[in-house]
Design a protein around this ligand. Structure first.
Ligand code: FAD
Length: 460
């Protein structure tokens, strides 16, 4: 079934002709996102400029029987914005205003298409801080972050997007408006409805406004880079830091393959003969930062760190963290197809999980670079492959399955931050259990009776 002439005409009326795209080239551009090997062309693309337009498009979808795929910047890694049959992609990037920063209540009210990094830049002008910092923060939107409940490099100390969402304006799949949450620090009036939408991957409603919590900006920060001859030493350093009751804002790691690709890409002087690098950052009161940094360096050395480099100033610190943020891009240069995964385990199981990933790479003769949020137990094994090589792709799938099964067996999860989307729904069946899936499906049926919003994502 394809989009009717009437639906196309009404979409142009609602959003303006300039905001409706439907040429073959435009449809190809919105047929995929940052996820490898998934693509399907939409019927059309609309750029919305107001919540009312979202509501009108949603009502039209219900009467005309087409489907809607909400989309921010399309950087998700689970196929969340890949269209299925008879879909219109609804892009939020033109709704990009920071409506208010309220220093008296420590909040920011923003539209869904605002880039994540802009929120923190704006907060900084008021001495405030928006901590969630996904590696993609310079290009991802806050709407996408809310829909994926994204994490970032500072997740260990500061948590994920959900921890900063105080309220939402959502357009439901029926076109109705829902406002939930307030500026109040405490609000327990009824169910926490906003939490249903956070992490719902664009399947339950389109977020049209986000009320965010801000924090006072930390006065000091120290960034360090420790190198290790074995991954076990790096993992044990992380455990020792946590056991010493230090909660750094960042504890990120890179394995040997990632270090090599990154150095080749960013040329920042990383040693090429080490097995692991740990990026460590502490922030807060200057005296506490000094104390924690000294103890972290000590603990790294006690666990046989070969070298610990401390950034001498903010510029060098930014260079080191930017390098870590570029890990995925650096790996992506190596092979035609890069598949980045998201296996997550309790922190105590990190060394076991990393060893298993390395064994699996050997068993299936695959190139896997692993990096990620060590402090959160969130690993990104990244397969460097070529989708044209069908036999190799079969091995990739077999390796994936084993890695996810191992993560689950170790008490972990199939995704720590990238979501289920299209890419992992088969694993969700196994992971979530029947009752959880039944509750999720019941929610979906209640809010989206005609199944117009982002079909096929999370579950069939
Ligand atoms: C280089 C790179 C690094 C990354 N690093 C991280 C990281 O450190 N941590 C992390 O968690 N993720 C990371 N990601 C994944 C990705 O950036 C995040 O999932 C991000 O939140 C997606 O934002 P987006 O604007 O691109 O959303 P999209 O990809 O456009 O959409 C993501 C999902 O949200 C839905 N959606 C989008 N906007 C709305 C809306 N307004 N209302 C309702 N639903 C909506 C979509 O339907 C889709 O299901 C990374 C990706 C890349 C490419």
């Amino acid at each position: 079934m394809s989009l009717s002439a009437n639906a196309r005409r009404r979409l142009a009326e609602i959003c303006g002709t300039a905001n409706l795209q439907q040429s073959p080239e435009e449809r190809i551009a919105y047929s995929y996102d940052a996820t490898a090997m998934l693509a399907h062309q939409p019927e059309a693309i609309v750029f919305i400029e107001s919540a009312q337009q979202v509501s009108d498009v949603m009502k039209l979808a219900n009467t005309e029987g087409f489907k809607i795929v909400p989309r921010g910047s399309g950087t998700n890694l689970s196929g969340g914005t890949v269209p299925t049959e008879n879909c219109v992609v609804l892009v939020t990037v033109k709704m990009d205003k920071i409506i208010e920063v309220d220093p008296r209540n420590l909040t920011a009210l923003v539209q869904p298409g605002v880039l994540t990094a802009k929120i923190d830049e704006e907060a900084a002008k008021h001495g405030l801080f928006y901590p969630p910092d996904p590696g993609s923060m310079k290009v991802s939107t806050i709407g996408g972050n809310v829909a994926e409940n994204s994490g970032g490099l500072r997740g260990l100390k500061y948590g994920v997007t959900r921890d900063y969402v105080l309220g939402l304006e959502v357009v439901l799949p029926t076109g109705e408006f829902l406002n939930c949450g307030t500026k109040c620090v405490k609000d327990v009036a009824g169910y926490s409805i906003k939490d249903v939408f956070i992490g719902s991957e664009g399947t339950l409603g389109v977020v049209t406004q986000v009320l965010l919590k801000l924090l006072p900006r930390p006065a000091a920060r120290k960034t360090m880079l420790a190198t290790f001859t074995t991954m076990t030493d790096a993992a044990e350093t992380v455990s020792a830091i946590i056991a010493a009751k230090i909660i750094p804002c960042t504890l990120e790691f890179l394995d040997r393959m990632t270090i090599r690709c990154l150095e080749d890409y960013a040329k920042i002087g990383l040693p090429l003969d080490v097995e692991a690098i740990l990026l460590m950052e502490t922030d807060g009161h200057p005296a506490v930062v000094e104390d924690e940094a000294a103890r972290m360096i000590d603990l790294a050395k006690q666990h046989r760190a070969r070298n610990v480099r401390t950034a001498k100033d903010a510029v060098e610190a930014e260079k080191l963290t930017s390098a870590r943020r570029a890990a995925f891009s650096a790996l992506a240069r190596v092979a035609p197809t890069t598949i980045l995964e998201d296996a997550t385990v309790p922190r105590s199981e990190l060394a076991t999980m990393i060893a298993f990933i390395q064994q699996t790479a050997g068993k299936y003769k695959l190139k896997i670079g692993t990096f990620g949020h060590f402090g959160d137990g969130n690993l990104h094994p990244t397969f460097l492959t070529d989708e044209r090589n069908k036999e190799e792709i079969e091995r990739v799938h077999a390796a994936f399955r084993e890695i996810f099964e191992k993560a689950i067996a170790l008490g972990g999860t199939i995704t720590g931050e990238h979501g289920v989307g299209l890419a992992k729904k088969e694993f969700l069946q196994q992971f979530a259990g029947k009752t959880s899936l039944d509750v999720m499906r019941a929610l979906k049926r209640t809010l989206d009776p005609n199944h117009v919003l982002n079909p096929g994502k999370i579950f069939d």
